[in-house]
Design a protein around this ligand. Structure first.
Ligand code: 3PG
Length: 210
């Protein structure tokens, strides 16, 4: 697909985080999210099928902005980008991951949990970070507190967010988007309930627009 930058995630407002055990389920989930008005998906590199699922979405759904999540090594950056990832997300901040993403020309969203992590991210020239795990480090209050000393930095809180809490994060000016797996919950995928995936995607889009 065409080059993207992280403002495209801001436009969506919500980043569905997908954990899949087979490529076909990944493809169906991506299609359901797009049906719900959310043509974005982060495929996490924490299952054996992640690479194939990402490649399938990249190949068959050019309308979907597909990225890789749980990327913790430079080698995984290469695997993800080779499979078609158009952005990369990490739970933490690895200089090696950030540098390899730059070399490969893909936007990267590394995770931070502390002010020290944020300072490292700023030193690397980053303008947006994932806050992870958002609900555990203090929820919207943590985003507010961490935003105060770092004006201009944008956050993508992720971890423990669901339909009922997403709006509280999205209301904060420093929040670029929120991430989470609630729209593509494992039980929905296992049950083949892709109508509910689409319904949750639509509700998330509405929350982001509100
Ligand atoms: C991630 O990889 O960002 C998290 O697993 C997403 O967190 P959640 O499953 O609590 O939404």
């Amino acid at each position: 697909g065409a080059p993207v930058d992280l403002s495209d995630l801001g436009t969506a407002g919500v980043v569905p985080v997908l954990v899949v055990d087979d490529a076909a389920t990944g493809l169906r989930a991506a299609a359901a999210l797009a049906d719900g008005g959310l043509p974005v998906v982060e495929v996490t590199f924490r299952t054996a099928a992640a690479r194939d699922a990402l490649a399938a979405v990249a190949a068959e759904r050019p309308d979907v902005l597909v990225g890789a999540g749980t990327v913790i090594t430079a080698a995984q950056v290469d695997a993800a980008v080779d499979a078609g990832a158009r952005f990369v997300v990490s739970p933490g901040l690895s200089v090696a991951v950030v540098e390899r993403c730059r070399e490969r020309g893909v936007p990267v969203l590394p995770g931070v949990a502390t002010a020290t992590d944020v300072i490292t991210a700023l030193d690397l020239g980053l303008h947006a970070v994932k806050l992870f795990p958002a609900s555990v480090v203090g929820g919207p209050s943590a985003v507010k507190a961490l935003s105060a000393p770092f004006p201009g930095l944008r956050f993508v809180p992720t971890g423990g967010i669901d339909a009922s809490s997403a709006g509280d994060y999205l209301a904060l000016p420093s929040v670029l988007a929120v991430g989470g797996s609630w729209m593509v919950e494992k039980s929905l995928l296992a049950a083949g309930d892709f109508d509910e995936v689409a319904r949750r995607a639509r509700a998330a889009v509405e929350a982001a627009a509100a």
